[in-house]
Design a protein around this ligand. Structure first.
Ligand code: NI
Length: 159
C-alpha cells in the first residue's frame, strides 16, 4: 500500500494535458494501486493521475455503488445525456465545493488493467465523477465550470 501526496490547486501540473498510456505494464499496475490507495485514504470518490503528479490518462473511481472500484486507462467519453446540477468537490481543492451542471448519464470507454476495452455507463454521482476525472486529464478543474464556489468543512465525497 502506497499513499501518494495529492497535488493541490494552484499547482501548475493540474493544468497540464495528460498523455495516453501506450503500454500497460507493471508501472501502470503500481500506479493504479497507488491511486486507489490514495483515493480511499483521502475518502474521495475519484482520482486522476495528474492529481498525484503523473501526467498519464489514468483514473480511478468508487462512488460506493455496485461498480465498486473502477480503473480506467485512456478513458474517452462517448455519450452524454440529460442534465444534473449540484455540488461537487475535488481532493486537489480541499475545503471548497461548487455547483456544477453536468450530464445526468455518461458512457465512457477505456482500457482495463489487462488492456481490454471496457465500456461503463454511469448516472447521477458516477456520471458526475467520470466527467470530473476526465476533465482532470485535460487540465480542467470543476471550479472552471462551477456557477458558484463556496467553503465547506473538508471531508469525504471529493474527487
Ligand atoms: Ni478532482
Amino acid at each position: 500500500m502506497a499513499i501518494r501526496l495529492i497535488v493541490k490547486d494552484p499547482d501548475p501540473v493540474l493544468r497540464e494535458k495528460s498523455k495516453p498510456v501506450t503500454k500497460i505494464n507493471a508501472n501502470i499496475h503500481k500506479l493504479l494501486k497507488d491511486m486507489a490507495d490514495t483515493m480511499y485514504d483521502a475518502e474521495g470518490v475519484g482520482l486522476a493521475a495528474p492529481q498525484i503528479g503523473i501526467l498519464k490518462r489514468v483514473i480511478v473511481m468508487d462512488v460506493g455503488d455496485d461498480h465498486g472500484l473502477i480503473e480506467l486507462i485512456n478513458p474517452e467519453v462517448i455519450e452524454t445525456e440529460g442534465e444534473q446540477f449540484g455540488p461537487e468537490g475535488c481532493l486537489s481543492i480541499p475545503g471548497l465545493n461548487g455547483d456544477v451542471r453536468r450530464a445526468e448519464r455518461v458512457v465512457v470507454k477505456g482500457l482495463d488493467r489487462d488492456g481490454n476495452e471496457i465500456v461503463i455507463e454511469g448516472t447521477e454521482l458516477l456520471a458526475r465523477c467520470i466527467l470530473h476525472e476526465v476533465d482532470h486529464l485535460n487540465g480542467v478543474l470543476y471550479t472552471d465550470l462551477a456557477e458558484k464556489v463556496y467553503r465547506i468543512d473538508p471531508k469525504g465525497g471529493e474527487a
